[in-house]
Design a protein around this ligand. Structure first.
Ligand code: GLV
Length: 334
């Protein structure tokens, strides 16, 4: 005899995820699985969510006030991403909708990738590989793809949260870099001392970093935090890495800086309007471009998806979701 599942919570899985995670969730929830890498359109998302109690999302599904009003049954929005700029958190909280994200499990993996981009950018790894693959390598040359040193240089970090600090540790402990950073709040004095970190204002950061890594969350306040004015302050030969979000950097201004200087090169994992990429970036040789994969080790992506599942399962069993962003809504269950 099969169990009666009619009164189980109904949850939309808004994109393809690992079968093991689907299996865990389907043991106690009724699932509607959009088993595709193609994101649902806003209208399709609204239609699919109309009779759902919860949703599993990643970075692209927009959960805003209009959608929440159209889907009054929705009570939990659980994301497998750490960044939640696609979710209107105040609108969810105002309607008693629980939101969770996936912090911590991706910190070290994302920092590894930030450092991979930094090294590839400074030492011109992909640019020189394209040259070799194109059959253009004829002889050794004294300045062939001569780039910028990473070891012993000044690492600037814009946004010193968990991932920023993990990038900083790699730079300081592994590469003997000097560390400057800019963040709304300063690190505790002992953390600053352990890393030899110096807090500076944003203009000083732009002017003194040899290599700038951007790791701030994307909010209305950080939109185009790095634009033409900031880029013009950078040192000749400096490099920039963005593993935060598209929109934190003005990509048109960046494309121009890559053409005209003073920037030597950039490494970008995120883009304004991705998966579209600004044509000026695609045309530039001195930029390493990757398709939003900084957290993409298999183990970490599995951990992220499982954490979103943990949150859904906890919420619908009446427990406290482990990484709720607005646990206060649990005080007034709907
Ligand atoms: C990825 O970009 C994330 O926010 O987890």
């Amino acid at each position: 005899m099969s169990a009666d599942t009619t009164d189980r919570p109904r949850v939309l899985i808004s994109r393809r995820v690992f079968p093991q995670v689907i299996e865990r969730l389907s043991a106690s929830l009724t699932l509607d699985v959009h088993d595709s890498d193609e994101a649902l359109s806003p209208a399709a998302l609204r239609a699919r969510l109309a009779d759902c109690d919860g949703v599993f999302v990643a970075t692209t599904e927009r959960i805003d006030a209009a959608l929440l009003d159209a889907c009054p049954r929705l009570r939990a929005v659980c994301s497998m991403a750490v960044g939640y700029n696609n979710i209107d958190l105040p609108a969810c909280t105002a309607r008693g909708v629980l939101v969770s994200n996936a912090p911590d499990v991706l910190t070290e993996t994302t920092a590894d990738f930030g450092f991979a981009l930094l090294l590839a950018t400074a030492r011109r790894v992909t640019e020189s590989e394209h040259y070799l693959r194109a059959g253009r390598w004829r002889h050794w040359s004294v300045d062939l793809f001569a780039g910028q040193d990473v070891h012993g240089s000044t690492l600037g970090i814009l946004g010193m949260g968990r991932i920023g600090q993990a990038v900083a540790r790699r730079g300081v402990l592994g590469f003997g870099m000097q560390l400057i950073y800019h963040n709304r709040s300063r690190l505790p004095a002992d953390t600053e001392a352990a890393l030899g970190a110096r807090w500076v204002d944003k203009d000083t950061l732009m002017a003194e970093a040899d290599h700038l890594v951007i790791v701030v969350p994307y909010t209305p306040e950080t939109h185009h935090l790095v634009g033409a004015a900031e880029l013009s302050r950078m040192k000749p030969g400096a490099t920039l890495v963005n593993i935060a979000r598209g929109g934190v950097v003005d990509d048109a201004a960046l494309a121009q800086a890559l053409r005209e200087g003073p920037l030597a090169a950039a490494g970008l994992d995120v883009f304004e309007g991705e998966p579209s990429v600004h044509p000026g970036l695609l045309a530039a040789a001195n930029v390493v471009l990757t398709p939003h994969i900084a957290s993409a080790s298999l183990r970490t992506r599995m951990a992220m998806a499982n954490l979103a599942a943990d949150n859904l399962l906890a919420f619908f069993s009446g427990a406290t979701p482990p990484t709720a962003l607005n646990p206060e809504v649990l005080q007034h269950p709907r």
